[in-house]
Design a protein around this ligand. Sequence first.
Ligand SMILES: NC(=O)c1ccc[n+]([C@@H]2O[C@H](COP(=O)([O-])OP(=O)(O)OC[C@H]3O[C@@H](n4cnc5c(N)ncnc54)[C@H](O)[C@@H]3O)[C@@H](O)[C@H]2O)c1
Ligand SMILES: [Zn+2]
Length: 366
Amino acid sequence: VVIHNDRELEWAGYSTRVVVGSGVLPQLSACCRDVGGFSRALVVTDAQLAESYAAPVVTALESHGMPAGLAVVPPGDASKSLDQASRLYNHLAKLGVGRDGVVVGVGGGMVTDLAGFVGATWMRGVTTALCPTSLEADIDASIGGKTGVNHSAGKNLIGAFHHPRVVVIDTDCLTTLPDRDLSAGLAESVKHAAISDEPFLAWHEAHAAEILEHDRPCLGELIDRNITIKAHIVARDEREEGGIRALLNFGHTIGHAIEAVCDYRLRHGESVALGMVAECRLASSLGILEPACTSRLSALLEKLHLPTRLHESLDLEAVSAYLRLDKKAVSGTPRFALLKGFGAPVVQSDVPAELIRKAVESILPR
Ligand SMILES: NC(=O)c1ccc[n+]([C@@H]2O[C@H](COP(=O)([O-])OP(=O)(O)OC[C@H]3O[C@@H](n4cnc5c(N)ncnc54)[C@H](O)[C@@H]3O)[C@@H](O)[C@H]2O)c1
Ligand SMILES: [Zn+2]
């Protein structure tokens, strides 16, 4: 076991202990004991991860005197649903998990969002603990307190803010993560670097090969720096009211539209990569960003095996319609987090529809 970092993140009235390291997965139980212990635990995971990652967590909890049940949902974002949440409430009731219990999520962002939501709502909120296993969950989904499930009218429409008390991130989990998912997660890392930390962007450029080879110290550092960036932004605007947390939407306004219009055939991170490129071009057309920044960002994304241009064509009308209805839209006008430079993001609405269209066109197949 190598611990890369062990720290307490502070939010208004809450704190989250975050442990990052290699081989640290079973430490979840010691962390749970350290924060007071729990009378019972429900461990939630998806079927692909149950044996390799969730079972050892159950064993560890029981060895620390915390009886634990295991609930397995099918893999895939369709399990982020009220139906599955309802099944999990049945598990909690059957196990007798009360206010002194804990809901533990072991998995990617789908599982951490679902388990987080169930923990946020069971008995008006019990303690949650997370063991993220995908890079997306390590550096984004498990940090910041957003939990939720999807509705037929859209993704993440039902949810609650509820910080986990403990997050244990074992970089060894990433060894089994498919390359495509590792790259998809890296899009969020590039996003964090682009909006707040130019030296970290340069770090990605220098370490791309090691990152893609799953070099553990490198991934430990990457995860750690991402958590610092995200936590810093979230702590200043926990409920996304002050316009600061909205800066995390860089690449996501156009990215979400591409993701939806392509019927979720692309990974979220792939859509975000395309969204970042398009939104950089948009910022240049508004005269706020040097075109050289777009080239630098595109080159880095390609180095990390992320797309910077679509392989299929896109219904531009459907994209505009999506942007008008987006959660981030204010009275039908999309809101963007644009770059004025690396480390200098700005939230902007009232962007001419024609410029948005041109920016989206710029990532269409040649
Ligand atoms: N709450 C937030 O702030 C936030 C932020 C970003 C993303 N999200 C949510 O996260 C979800 C996407 O997360 P994701 O990309 O992790 O998806 P996911 O949880 O669906 O995982 C993708 C696939 O990878 C598999 N997997 C996960 N870890 C693995 C491992 N170590 N080895 C092998 N396979 C592994 C899973 O079984 C699944 O099949 C979306 O639902 C998104 O809305 C939430
Ligand atoms: Zn994202």
